[in-house]
Write a protein that binds this ligand. Structure first.
Ligand SMILES: Nc1ncnc2c1ncn2[C@@H]1O[C@H](COP(=O)(O)OP(=O)(O)OP(=O)(O)O)[C@@H](O)[C@H]1O
Length: 356
């Protein structure tokens, strides 16, 4: 059963549709992360579900209940939003107890629940601490405990770890994921950080101009972006117009191999950086432009190389076509200015629909 459903939800602001007839189902216990460029409507989506943003058309239901006209505090949603930060003048315990006291829980009951939640987020016995004495990561944990306190049917997070440094974020993402699994909470989260979304989510939504450009599990979206837009948004730059014929595609880089069964016709081709292989023999050979040869022989100049832990990303300027990105092992990675020849791996090549 779907916990949260949106049907044709539209929000118009400043004369344009910031959410444009959005349909969405979030299953019970599912964690959905919303990604998309700045201004694509992510926060508006969350605000509409929370009741902080009125919708112009459509329907939102939570646990089967229509939320039209239901005020924020009666929606059964827990919010961890950047503009809903902690009350600095209250101690940790009173921050976490806020929603419980609001709904009329007795003092003893609220205290018991606060203790339980603080233990759960890894801050046992922090009730009397001043909010100002906590680190950024600890404050995020308190904000999470506060959002979870009333056992919401839906927990919504807007850039939950946005202010924290990378290593702390990476650790907290793992903890959050475990916590949501244990609690069986349904979660809708917005984040700018793809790594965070892919690590946290059961399903990722990519938004574009108020619409959902793609919805899928992290591996589905990563391996098969639905469009050139999604591919570029995920950081793939090797995206070109192409015409597929049989097991080959004509592209600005020459003729490239494509996987068996790739539908023919006009398309956009994505070659993942791992699919751009440096030929062992770096001596520039004539480029035969032969698909059976894997498009072997595209000569390139190395523009830049960036170390990424266990591999190197090369920016390449080919003799024809747009610049290419390749990932290669650390050992023997060429330096800027060097000439290399590359071939393409069909297994790392994805056909996308032609661009509009
Ligand atoms: N009150 C408003 N009046 C007019 N336009 C608005 C209003 N609030 C938001 N917008 C516009 O709606 C669009 C979507 O905003 P929203 O905050 O949902 O985007 P977002 O995807 O969350 O962006 P970001 O990643 O930058 O937070 C933006 O273009 C924004 O400028």
């Amino acid at each position: 059963m779907s916990s949260l459903t949106l049907r044709s939800v539209t929000v118009r602001l400043g004369g344009r549709a910031v959410l444009d007839s959005v349909d969405l189902d979030v299953a019970e216990r599912e964690t959905v992360c919303v990604l998309g460029p700045s201004g694509s409507g992510k926060s508006t989506l969350l605000r509409a579900v929370a009741g902080l943003q009125e919708i112009g058309a459509g329907e939102i239901t939570l646990g089967g209940r229509d939320l039209a006209g239901v005020p924020v505090h009666r929606r059964g949603v827990g919010l961890m939003f950047q503009d809903h930060q902690l009350f600095p003048q209250r101690d940790v315990g009173r921050n976490v107890a806020f929603g419980l006291r609001m709904r009329g829980d007795g003092r003893a009951e609220a205290e018991r629940r606060v203790a339980e939640l603080l233990a759960m987020v890894g801050l046992p016995d922090a009730q009397r601490r001043a909010v100002g004495s906590l680190s950024g990561g600890e404050q995020q944990r308190v904000a999470l405990a506060r959002a979870l306190a009333p056992s919401p049917a839906l927990l919504m997070l807007d850039e939950p770890l946005g202010q924290l440094d990378r290593s702390l974020r990476e650790r907290l993402v793992v903890e959050l994921r475990q916590l949501f699994d244990e609690l069986g909470t349904t979660v809708l989260a917005v984040t700018h950080d793809q790594g965070e979304a892919f690590a946290l989510a059961d399903r990722v939504l990519v938004m574009r101009d108020g619409r959902i450009a793609q919805s899928g599990t992290p591996p589905e979206v990563w391996q098969r972006p639905a469009s050139a837009f999604v591919a570029r948004f995920l950081g793939f730059d090797n995206v070109v117009p192409a015409t597929v014929t049989g097991r080959a595609a004509t592209t600005p880089w020459g003729t490239l191999p494509v996987p068996d069964g790739t539908p023919p016709g006009p398309a956009t081709l994505l070659v993942r950086p791992a699919g751009v292989r440096l030929d062992a023999d770096d001596v520039a050979r004539p480029a035969p432009d032969d698909a059976a040869e894997g498009g072997r022989g595209l000569r390139c100049q190395v523009l830049a190389r960036t170390f990424r832990g266990d591999h190197v990303v090369l920016a390449l300027r080919p003799e024809r076509g747009p610049d290419l990105e390749a990932t290669v092992p650390l050992r023997g990675a060429p330096s800027p200015g060097e000439k290399v020849t590359v071939s393409f791996d069909a297994a790392e090549t994805v056909r996308l629909p032609p661009e509009d």
